[in-house]
Design a binder for this molecule. Structure first.
Ligand SMILES: [Zn+2]
Length: 98
């Protein structure tokens, strides 16, 4: 394995991950990755990046859910404040009557 091969694999990896490389290139890349730790790590890092890209929509959904949760908490907070005010008001009213 030579520096030239590593450079070649690094150049080909993005296309390989997108499955745009020829069968011969695939064989060369797979054989090289099996023997070369550096390129294997590079390949795994690139695959991880691709996976992150695919998982973007669920992350956005989670953010939207967080927004709804925040709104619900704010509404709940207002309700608690109103209930406490009503409770205090009726308590004072009842005590005043007694
Ligand atoms: Zn290599």
């Amino acid at each position: 394995m030579t520096k030239f091969e590593c450079d070649l694999v690094a150049d080909l990896l993005p296309r390989y991950i997108d499955k745009k490389t020829s069968e011969e290139s695939n064989r060369f890349i797979e054989e090289h990755i099996r023997d070369c730790q550096d390129c294997k790590e590079l390949y795994e890092a690139m695959v991880a990046d691709v996976v992150v890209d695919v998982e973007q929509p669920p992350i956005k959904k989670r953010f939207r859910l967080n927004g709804i949760m925040k709104m619900a908490l704010i509404v709940l907070g207002y309700l608690v404040v109103v209930l406490i005010a009503l409770f205090l008001f009726s308590y004072i009213l009842l005590n005043g009557v007694i």
